[in-house]
Design a protein around this ligand. Structure first.
Ligand SMILES: Nc1ncnc2c1ncn2[C@@H]1O[C@H](COP(=O)(O)OP(=O)(O)O)[C@@H](O)[C@H]1O
Ligand SMILES: [Mg+2]
Length: 250
């Protein structure tokens, strides 16, 4: 094991009950402290399955996953203290305001009083919520809900942030600014970020390293620049095409 290993996944496989194929097949990878790592692939590739096992929300069929040396199936209480989770499906209370949703989430993470109030305000401002934070979430656009969802995962300043398709439904401008904020957290707070996406272009700019997966398996792993060079492509879309013979949006 490398000393700076943060998330370690060994021979991880998952077959959902009732399904006759594997959603994940023998996935092994390591994510290092302080890096931004992208798990990329088309819909159905197995990204959410991988994500859910790493967060301890789902049991693997075989293999194991560790975060900071803790096993995701035995030490989830220790893991919970150091991670922030932003799931693909948004879980917010529609009749509460964005701010009140965040106050609620913050309390669940153990924040309280003045510290909680200030953290919520600080994050709302940072993510462009100066105006609408007191409106009911049901009036928000999809992108606004996603931003609140994301803030919910970083309020407690976790060491490791796990994001499943955080930018779906966001316009380019919101997406870019969100990525910049995440990059800032990564740089300033040394936050390790694992992020899944089917937007290869965005990941190319954002990630230190990526793994491209399809049909439950890792096709290739490395820095975007190295992968593109190795496959003689012009971008990660080309890399995906080289491995699968098809475009990611097919
Ligand atoms: N709860 C489930 N039960 C059965 N099959 C599932 C379930 N969740 C996902 N799958 C299947 O597992 C595969 C991977 O899905 P998923 O991990 O959601 O992929 P992604 O997040 O990359 O779109 C897909 O074929 C999907 O249909
Ligand atoms: Mg998914």
């Amino acid at each position: 094991m490398k000393e700076n290993s943060c998330i370690r996944v060994s021979n991880l496989s998952k077959k959902y009950s009732g399904s006759d194929s594997f959603a994940l097949k023998d996935v092994t990878l390591e994510i290092f402290n302080g890096e931004i790592f992208g798990l990329l692939g088309p819909n159905g590739a197995g990204k959410t399955t991988f994500f859910s096992i790493v967060c301890g929300l789902l049991n693997a069929t075989s293999g194991n996953a560790q975060i900071a040396g803790y096993s995701t199936d035995k030490d989830i209480e220790s893991i919970k203290k150091i991670i922030g989770v932003v799931p693909q499906d948004i879980a917010l209370y529609p009749t509460l305001s964005g701010r009140d949703n965040l106050m609620f989430i913050g309390r669940m993470y153990g924040l309280k009083g003045k510290v909680l109030k200030e953290r919520v305000q600080e994050c709302l401002s940072k993510f462009g919520f100066d105006k609408n934070s007191n409106e009911q979430v049901k009036k928000y656009s999809g992108g606004m809900k996603r931003r609140i969802n994301l803030i919910g995962g970083i309020l407690h300043e976790p060491e490791i942030l796990l994001l499943d398709e955080p930018t779906v439904g966001m316009d380019v401008q919101t997406r870019t600014s969100m990525m910049e904020h995440l990059k800032e957290l990564n740089k300033e707070k040394k936050m390790t970020i694992l992020y899944t996406s089917h937007y290869l272009e965005q990941a190319e700019l954002f990630c230190d390293r990526v793994a491209i997966m399809d049909q439950g398996q890792i096709l290739c792993l490395g820095s975007p620049v190295d992968l593109i060079k190795k496959e003689n492509g012009k971008d990660l879309e080309d890399v995906f095409l080289k491995f699968t013979g098809r475009k990611i949006r097919d």
